[in-house]
Design a binder for this molecule. Structure first.
Ligand SMILES: [Zn+2]
Ligand SMILES: [Zn+2]
Length: 258
């Protein structure tokens, strides 16, 4: 399985900026987990192959350029962009984003070949297929309805915490997964800002360490994501100070393979 955290912006020479403002993971150039930068950071080849988007929750940093992505592809789509989410999140996207005010209701629009976007609801705790992947979604502890994900191909499983504070069920399900190779876990704020992390339902490095104690697997790669750009260096240093060999900050733009 190949996984890339897409850049949020680029410097003057076209290189990915190291700061993560938006969240969008790309799996096997085919499926995205969240869509913050999907409309600005895909390569031309990826624009042609990504047709399935899993949305963990409707916060702007996770969906910011999704409307632009669909808009850009409108005339050339030969199949709809499928938005996979819980019905609760779909209802929020319909009400607050694709509502004919912020942007068109693309699920009601067609090009010459058919629909351009469709919502595909999934149920919590039940396996579902997205392209070649098997996915299971587990609610996590964030200030809006949010799911973490376990994603498997025929060989490996990886886990995405999405945005969350302390949570339980996600770690139980992740602990049961065979062949868990990688965990993408958020680390938004530095330890000194624990109050804000708790109020906004995010993790600090120390909170992340405490969460990992709930996971029976060890040895998988743990990649910290969602470091708030303003505190990135401090959070990265505090993660290093946890002295966990398999923990690192995920490099933006790099293609990881498991
Ligand atoms: Zn969020
Ligand atoms: Zn977020």
């Amino acid at each position: 399985m190949h996984i890339q955290l897409l850049p949020s912006s680029f410097d003057d020479s076209g290189h990915a900026n190291a700061a993560q403002r938006l969240t969008c993971f790309l799996i096997d150039d085919r499926v995205s987990v969240d869509a913050g930068s999907i409309g600005i950071a895909l390569s031309e080849a990826q624009r042609r192959t990504v047709r399935d988007v899993i949305v963990t929750h409707p916060h702007m940093d996770h969906i910011a350029s999704l409307p632009i992505f669909v808009d850009d592809l409108f005339g050339e789509l030969e199949q709809p962009i499928r938005i996979h989410a819980t019905q609760q999140v779909i209802d929020l996207l319909k009400r607050d984003v694709f509502n004919d005010n912020v942007y068109p209701r693309f699920d009601e629009l067609k090009n010459e070949r058919g629909r351009v976007m469709e919502y595909v609801p999934f149920e919590i705790g039940k396996e579902f297929q997205v392209a070649h992947l098997t996915v299971i979604a587990i609610p996590v502890n964030h200030i809006v309805p949010t799911v973490g994900l376990l994603v498997s191909d025929s060989k490996v499983t990886v886990a995405f915490s999405s945005d969350t504070a302390e949570t339980e069920e996600f770690w139980k399900v992740a602990s049961r997964a065979p062949h868990l190779e990688a965990l993408f876990i958020e680390a938004s704020f530095p330890n000194s800002m624990r109050g804000l992390a708790e109020a906004s339902k995010h993790l600090t490095p120390v909170m992340l360490r405490d969460e990992l104690r709930k996971l029976s697997h060890n040895g998988m790669d743990i990649l910290a994501v969602h470091l708030k750009p303003a505190y990135r260096e401090t959070v990265a240093r505090e993660l290093t100070e946890l002295e966990m060999n398999n923990l690192s900050v995920m490099e933006i733009g790099r293609v990881y393979e498991w």
